[in-house]
Design a protein around this ligand. Structure first.
Ligand SMILES: *Cc1c(COP(=O)(O)O)cnc(C)c1O
Length: 389
């Protein structure tokens, strides 16, 4: 039996290493080679070798990655893109002018910008709701609603929504349900299992895991959706290069190991912060004080590596803490092996007007950390010294 055909029997950690990959047929190379080629020789006109014609349409390194990612999300249908935004944009290609979209009000900033600055001009309309409140979601649905766009946990407030309930609500009204699973990763949460139609990833974050590549992916529930999206992937052409695919494929091999470590250290740091006199509030789905803790426990097998916390103080004081760490690098992005710290009010979320930002619960003293895989005690000591007044 080939490794690929076994992929559904294997546990996630085994699939992470092997799914989609088998020794290269020409040399036996165990790691999928980086196929740096745009075109392929054909046996004769229209007689392709193994279906390969042109690399925008199909490339062996990309195909290995697409199969690997699909397997991790519990599907057979994966597509890789040049960025997370290219993946999200491709999902939007399924819609037509006049369609209505319901999305979370704590959406990734780039996704919000895509909807508001681009797709509004193409006759699409959008309603943003608190996805943790099912009544609010229900009330936002209209006859012309065609897509429900969900994130859980969200950024930077780590809000949790009930994935089964939302998928069911969408399915009962024939609305396409999409979950951006970048924060949780398939190690902790697999939205297709809860009834979602599509999963989006920014592979730039945990899947790549080493802050050395930008990429995205879509995993579909069924072949029909996959084929429509594959048509857009080839037609629009926002595909990743083979080297980028290789890097993400290398990253996913250690994803289960990394997620376990990220989660353990994040929990320890969240508990340390909760007891710290300068910290007003710690936001981490693994803490019983988190309002979504119960649902998170039901639908996630771990709580991830992102912790947000609020210090009692001004924007300047928040900036000072984020600027004072030595091990945590002050930077945007997340999900790499190295720990990062950022101050959303002055960095990633600075473009949101002050009143709206505060009304959404993003206090001036809000700080977000992406916990890496370094030693827990070193990370804790670094945060403690940065929090000294
Ligand atoms: C980073 C991110 C994206 C966008 O991905 P890029 O690879 O930067 O294009 C989308 N969604 C979430 C949740 C993200 O964190």
């Amino acid at each position: 039996m080939s490794r690929e055909s076994q992929k559904t029997d294997w546990a996630l950690a085994t699939r992470a290493v092997h799914a989609g990959q088998s020794p290269d047929p020409s040399t036996g190379a165990l790691m999928t080679p980086v196929y740096m080629n745009s075109t392929y020789g054909q046996k004769a006109p229209t007689e392709l070798i193994d279906g390969y014609e042109y690399s925008r349409t199909k490339n062996p390194t990309r195909l290995a990655l697409e199969r690997n990612l699909a397997s991790l999300e519990g599907s057979e249908y994966g597509l890789a893109f040049s960025s997370g935004m290219a993946a999200t944009n491709t999902v939007m290609n399924l819609l037509q002018s006049g369609d209505h979209v319901v999305a979370g009000d704590d959406l990734y900033g780039g996704t919000f910008r895509l909807f508001e600055k681009l797709y509004k001009n193409y006759g699409l309309t959008f309603t943003y709701v608190n996805l943790s409140n099912l009544d609010e979601v229900q009330q936002a649905l209209r006859p012309e609603t065609k897509l429900l766009f969900v994130e859980s946990p969200t950024n930077p407030l780590l809000k949790i929504c009930d994935l089964s309930a939302l998928a069911e609500m969408a399915r009962s009204r024939n609305i396409l349900s999409v979950c951006d699973n970048t924060f949780a990763t398939p190690c902790l949460q697999r939205p297709l299992e809860f009834g979602f139609d599509l999963v989006i990833h920014s592979t730039t974050k945990y899947l790549g895991g080493h802050s050395d590549v930008v990429g995205g992916a879509i995993i579909a529930r069924n072949q029909e959706l996959h084929e429509k999206l594959a048509f857009f992937q080839n037609t629009v052409g926002a595909v990743p290069g083979p080297m980028d695919c290789f890097l993400v494929l290398r990253g996913t091999k250690t994803l289960p190991l990394r997620m376990q470590r990220h989660g353990e250290t994040a929990m320890a740091l969240a508990q340390m912060l909760e007891a710290h006199p300068r910290v007003k509030n710690v936001i981490y789905p693994g803490l019983s004080s988190h309002p979504g803790h119960e649902i998170a426990t039901k639908q996630m097998s771990g709580f991830g590596g992102i912790v947000s916390f609020i210090i009692d103080g001004s924007v300047e004081q928040g900036m000072a803490v984020a600027g004072k760490t030595q091990l945590f690098a002050c930077a945007e992005s997340l999900g790499g092996v190295e720990s990062l710290i950022e101050h959303p009010p002055s960095m990633t979320h600075a473009s949101i007007p002050v009143e709206i930002r505060r009304a959404r619960g993003m206090d001036d003293g809000l700080i977000r950390i992406s916990v890496g895989v370094e030693d827990k005690d070193d990370l804790e000591a670094d945060l403690r010294q940065a929090l000294e007044p």
